[in-house]
Design a protein around this ligand. Structure first.
Ligand code: SF4
Length: 240
C-alpha cells in the first residue's frame, strides 16, 4: 500500500473536533481542489513519513500490512482515520487494512466521488463516513450526480455520515443553496446525517466570505444540533 503519512493528532474537523485520532494518509487523489492543503498526497511518495509525539521516522513505500500492524497496534482503542489523497483509489489496500487491523474505530475521510470503489468489506468495517461535498467553484466541474450515487450507497449502511463543505471566497450563494437542498433531501434517506460548514483557514485566520455569513445564519436556524459551523483547528493550534 502506498501511504504518504501516518501520525497521531487531534481530529481537526466536524463535531468530532479535538478528539485524538490516528491518521493514515493514502497517496494519490483523483481531484485537484483549489483549497487543497495536502498536495503532497497527489503523487506516490517513495517514503512514508511517520510521526508520533514529536518523534519522526520514515519507511519505504509500499508498506506491508505487517509493518502497518506493528506501527499501529500500540494505539488500539483509538479512532483511526483513513484519509488522503483519496483512500478509495487504493481499494484493495484499504480492504486489507480493514480486515487485519483490530481494535480500532474506523473513520473514512473521502471526497465521495468514487462510488464504484465501494465494497461490502468497506461497508461492514467503516464506523463513520466523512464525505466532502465538492463544489464546482473549487474543482471546476459539477459532480453532484456522482456524489448523489456515492451518498445513496453509503446511506444504505445506516452508519453515521458527516457531510463537510469547505467555504472559500469563491463559493457562491447558489452553491450553498444547492448544498442545503441536498442535505434536506438526503436526510430522508438516513437520520444519521449531519452537515459541517468549514470556512477555509489561512495563516491562523478564518477567511471571511459571503458563504461563511450564509452558513452562520443557516446554522443558527437549525435547532437539532446536526448542522455545525467549525473552522479548521490544525492551522489555528499549529499542530500536524
Ligand atoms: S479531494 Fe482532498 S486531497 Fe484531493 S485535491 Fe481535494 S482536498 Fe486535496
Amino acid at each position: 500500500m502506498q501511504i504518504d503519512e501516518i501520525f497521531l493528532s487531534l481530529q481537526g474537523e466536524t463535531e468530532f473536533v479535538g478528539i485524538p485520532f490516528l491518521f493514515v494518509r493514502f497517496s494519490g487523489c483523483n481531484l485537484r481542489c483549489s483549497y487543497c492543503d495536502t498536495p503532497a498526497a497527489f503523487t506516490i511518495s517513495p517514503t512514508c513519513h511517520i510521526h508520533f509525539h514529536g518523534q519522526e521516522s520514515f519507511l519505504s513505500n509500499p508498506l506491508s500490512i505487517e509493518q502497518l500492524t506493528t506501527l499501529l497496534s500500540p494505539y488500539q482503542g483509538y479512532w483511526l482515520s483513513f484519509t488522503g489523497g483519496e483512500p478509495l483509489l487504493q481499494r484493495e489496500a484499504l480492504e486489507t487494512c480493514l480486515t487485519h487491523l483490530k481494535g480500532f474505530r474506523f473513520w473514512m475521510e473521502t471526497n465521495g466521488t468514487l462510488p464504484e470503489a465501494l465494497s461490502p468489506i468497506i461497508f461492514s468495517h467503516i464506523d463513520v463516513w466523512s464525505m466532502d461535498l465538492k463544489l464546482p467553484s473549487a474543482i471546476g466541474k459539477n459532480l453532484w450526480e456522482t456524489q448523489e450515487r456515492f451518498f445513496s450507497r453509503i446511506a444504505e449502511t445506516g452508519k453515521t455520515i458527516i457531510l463537510k463543505v469547505i467555504l472559500t471566497p469563491t463559493t457562491t450563494l447558489e452553491e450553498m443553496e444547492e448544498v442545503w437542498k441536498h442535505f434536506l433531501l438526503w436526510r430522508e434517506k438516513t437520520r444519521s446525517l449531519s452537515l459541517t460548514f468549514q470556512p477555509m483557514t489561512s495563516e491562523k485566520k478564518v477567511i471571511q466570505s459571503e458563504s461563511l455569513r450564509w452558513a452562520y445564519e443557516k446554522t443558527l436556524s437549525w435547532p437539532d444540533g446536526k448542522v455545525h459551523l467549525i473552522p479548521q483547528i490544525h492551522p489555528i493550534l499549529q499542530i500536524p
